[in-house]
Design a protein around this ligand. Structure first.
Ligand SMILES: [Zn+2]
Length: 138
């Protein structure tokens, strides 16, 4: 490695000491910034451009923040929401894929999603999560 690069990395390490750093939320905010920036360019909107800049600064504010505990909590909340979105996308994909062979019901007791083969007529379904039985037409 060249000398200046070593010195830069050394400076960077000292600069980042006690600071939060990059997490998934920061990456997500950066992606939002890119989208906003592109929209601003397409729409020739200065308001959108200013807004995208605020989002951009917010991202770096989090990366260089010394309030590590607070940033970690923010990321946790974001990841919780993100996982919900992922689950929704996965189940929706599944529902589209086997819409001819299966039906989906929500348990009336614990509201878990249940997958049942189609064309069995009226059947008694037992929820695998809470063991509640309910009757549905498949
Ligand atoms: Zn249930």
């Amino acid at each position: 490695m060249s000398n200046w690069l070593m010195r830069f990395l050394d400076w960077y390490r000292r600069f980042m000491y006690g600071r939060y750093g990059v997490d998934k939320l920061s990456v997500a905010i950066l992606i939002v910034y890119f989208v906003l920036y592109l929209c601003a360019q397409i729409a020739h909107s200065y308001i959108l451009l200013a807004f995208s800049l605020v989002v951009f600064l917010l991202c770096w504010y989090r990366v260089f923040s010394r309030n590590i505990e607070k940033r970690r909590k923010e990321n946790e909340i974001f990841m919780k929401g993100w996982r919900k979105v992922e689950t929704w996308v996965r189940t929706t994909k599944g529902r589209i894929r086997d819409r001819n062979t299966h039906r989906y019901f929500r348990c009336p007791n614990c509201s878990s999603m249940l997958r049942v083969p189609k064309g069995r007529g009226k059947i008694c379904i037992t929820c695998p999560v809470c063991k509640k039985e309910f009757i549905r037409k498949t």
